[in-house]
Design a protein around this ligand. Structure first.
Ligand SMILES: [Zn+2]
Length: 269
């Protein structure tokens, strides 16, 4: 018994450590996605260049976080400053991946939730900067997560969960669509949010349909608090558009990690 428990802890440790390293590398790719996808550029080629002098980045200068620290946040060639956003996205992605690994250490659905975390991070960054959630980010993430959940359902022989995930996707997206119809103007919500909700509802629905409702509710709650704060701080006017995607994403991630205790607390488990 002790041996088995020790071994399972060892495996969990490996999964968590692996997710940290993979998270740093995926974060590095997300930096490319965040910069290029809204500009409709390819995420595969050309290789990354310094925006200051155009020098192509060598592999050694492209190591997540480490290169930025070693170069002290400057280009090796022209010494132009490199935004702290790059190492920040890499670290955040690693943190999210580790949190997912700790949440689903021995579940086959873990890869799908890593896709969810990466899409939430990249989508939030793009939405904050450009006020949009590109189809080229949302749909590939949705298809990849759905495929990975289908694989997990097949391994576990649990097709009910996949069905529930599908219902969650339709319910979340449909719910936002109806809300957008009811309040068509002066509304933070856009078409991108309705599409993103397919992915969020899919992953939350896999956990449970209560989690879908909770995730959306938390998203609206966080968005309203932030929206009111911005108006009070006079940073935005009441009718001004602001990015809603990051709040939906945050609400979803909170529901993934703490949904069970929150729902139990309210007797809705
Ligand atoms: Zn340079």
């Amino acid at each position: 018994m002790v041996g088995r428990r020790y071994r399972s802890r060892f495996v969990t440790g490996l999964v968590v450590a692996g997710c940290a390293v993979v998270g740093l590398c995926v974060g590095s790719f997300l930096n490319v996605v965040i910069h290029r996808v809204p500009r409709k550029e390819s995420v595969v080629s050309p290789r990354s260049r310094c925006p200051g002098c155009g020098t192509e980045l060598r592999a050694v200068d492209n190591i997540p976080v480490l290169s930025w620290l070693l170069l002290r946040g400057r280009c090796r060639t022209c010494k132009a400053p490199i935004s702290i956003r790059y190492p920040l996205v890499e670290v955040l992605c690693a943190v999210l991946f580790v949190a997912m690994a700790l949440r689903f250490p021995d579940e086959w659905s873990l890869p799908a939730f890593l896709v969810l975390a990466a899409a939430c991070l990249a989508g939030s960054a793009i939405d904050l900067e450009h006020m949009l959630l590109p189809n080229r980010l949302v749909f590939p993430s949705l298809y990849l997560a759905a495929a990975l959940l289908a694989v997990a359902a097949a391994i576990d022989g649990d097709w009910d969960r996949l069905l529930r995930a599908g219902i969650g996707a339709v319910a979340a997206s449909g719910g936002l669509f109806v809300l957008a119809l009811l309040w068509p103007r002066g509304n933070a919500m856009g078409g991108g949010d309705i599409k993103l909700a397919l992915l969020l509802g899919l992953c939350l629905g896999w956990i449970g349909l209560g989690h879908v409702a909770l995730g959306l509710f938390l998203g609206f709650l966080l968005g309203s608090v932030a929206g009111v704060s911005l108006v009070v701080a006079r940073a935005k006017r009441l009718q001004e558009h602001f990015a809603f995607g990051p709040f939906l994403a945050a609400g979803t991630l909170v529901a993934v990690w703490w949904g069970r205790p929150i729902l139990d607390w309210y007797g809705m488990g």
